[in-house]
Design a protein around this ligand. Structure first.
Ligand SMILES: *Cc1c(COP(=O)(O)O)cnc(C)c1O
Length: 359
């Protein structure tokens, strides 16, 4: 068999190092065949719920719900929490898609936009008075720009009557969210959790449920898995429809393994690998850091401007079994994107730096 590739792509991404062991356990336990109305399934859901709570400091009153993907959660949030007005901080393709979902659901969607590669500072954000929900993207995967958790929390402090949603798809479990200032957050498993795609995770508090129950009296909050239905099933550690039991199990095992290491250590290693990569990019004359402002630079998806066409760099690294991402949208040819997830080890980062140095 050919040498294995090392994936530095932003999702699907490098698989978690113990993925194969966990998968084998799932096969040995025949989890593909168990009923989702069985005690075994409820135990799996409960275990994953407990491990995620520990890892991400999710409070008791919030539910942890499963969907098909993170983008599905965009729609669930808009349908269940917004009667008419949403507000979107947009600085790249993913935050823009959240906004476009709101438009297509006929919400009165307000937008504040930044050029690609720039982030938001609190003092420049103007939340419209009519907005019921503020939509933030902690890590804009398309541009490698992070919004600080302080900024996100402050939005809630200044707007206590509004809901705050956090797309943490390509950074969770890295950001330290304080759930007293965040009503709902979500991610999917094919990014920093190092699993195959096919599961979205939706964290929502009691206020979200209350709002959904209120809206349900006067408008359509969705035919597929509305929040009250998901929540009612969650109380029994069940799901309304047949869920992705395999990925729910694997997510619990990865979260447990991360907890054994400790989230502080994972954050420390993430910071160290990011510093090493950014130092290299800054010093090498073929590359430069795409995000100008240091405080806006992502720790989990790093973006570099390249002198040479990105396709040439990507093709060169592919020969060395290293898989990199191109820039997103208009930056496709002039940028590379490098994931820095827990599954990407320091050894792998060093190999990548060595090969990029030969460009
Ligand atoms: C990947 C990504 C999504 C979409 O996730 P899916 O699981 O593909 O639906 C949403 N937001 C961000 C920031 C992402 O990186």
């Amino acid at each position: 068999m050919a040498r294995k590739n090392i994936y530095f792509t932003a999702g699907p991404a490098e698989l978690y190092p113990k993925f194969e062991n966990f998968l084998q356990e799932a096969i040995d336990e025949q989890l593909g065949s168990i009923s989702h109305r069985s005690q075994r399934f409820r135990d799996i859901y409960k275990f994953t719920d407990e491990q995620l709570r520990i890892l991400m400091n999710i409070p008791e009153g919030s539910a942890i719900l499963f969907t098909g993907s993170a983008s599905e959660v965009w729609e669930r949030i808009l349908l269940n929490i917004v009667q008419s007005d949403s507000f979107h901080l947009v600085n790249g393709s993913f935050s823009e898609k959240f906004y476009k979902y709101a438009k297509s659901l006929n919400r009165n969607a307000h937008i504040q936009e930044k050029p690609l590669g720039e982030g938001f500072n609190l003092d420049e954000i103007n939340v419209p008075a009519s907005a019921e929900l503020i939509c933030t993207t902690h890590n804009e995967t398309s541009t490698g720009v992070m919004t600080s958790t302080d900024t996100i929390h402050a939005l809630k402090k200044v707007n206590p009557d509004k809901f705050v949603a956090v797309d943490m798809v390509s950074s969770a479990p890295y950001p330290i969210l304080d759930y007293s200032f965040v009503d709902t957050a979500f991610f999917s498993v094919q990014k920093a959790f190092g699993l195959p795609a096919g599961l979205g995770v939706w964290i929502a508090n009691q206020k979200c449920l209350d709002k959904a129950n209120l809206l349900k009296k006067s408008q359509n909050i969705g035919g597929h898995h509305d929040l009250p239905t998901l929540w009612k099933n969650y109380e029994k550690f069940e799901t309304p429809a047949t869920p992705n039991t395999l990925l729910i199990y694997l997510l619990g095992k990865v979260a447990e393994d991360m907890n054994k290491k400790g989230i502080e250590q994972i954050r420390k290693e993430t910071d160290e690998k990011a510093s090493k990569l950014y130092d290299f990019i800054a010093k090498n004359d073929q590359f430069s850091i795409a995000v100008e402002k240091v405080s806006h630079r992502s720790k989990t998806v790093l973006v570099a401007d390249c002198q040479k066409p990105s396709a040439e760099i990507i093709a060169h690294l592919k020969k060395k079994n290293i898989i990199l991402g191109a820039g997103y949208g208009p930056k496709k040819d002039s940028q590379i994107r490098i994931s820095n997830f827990p599954a990407n080890s320091m050894e792998q980062v060093e190999i990548l730096i060595e090969e990029l140095g030969k460009i």
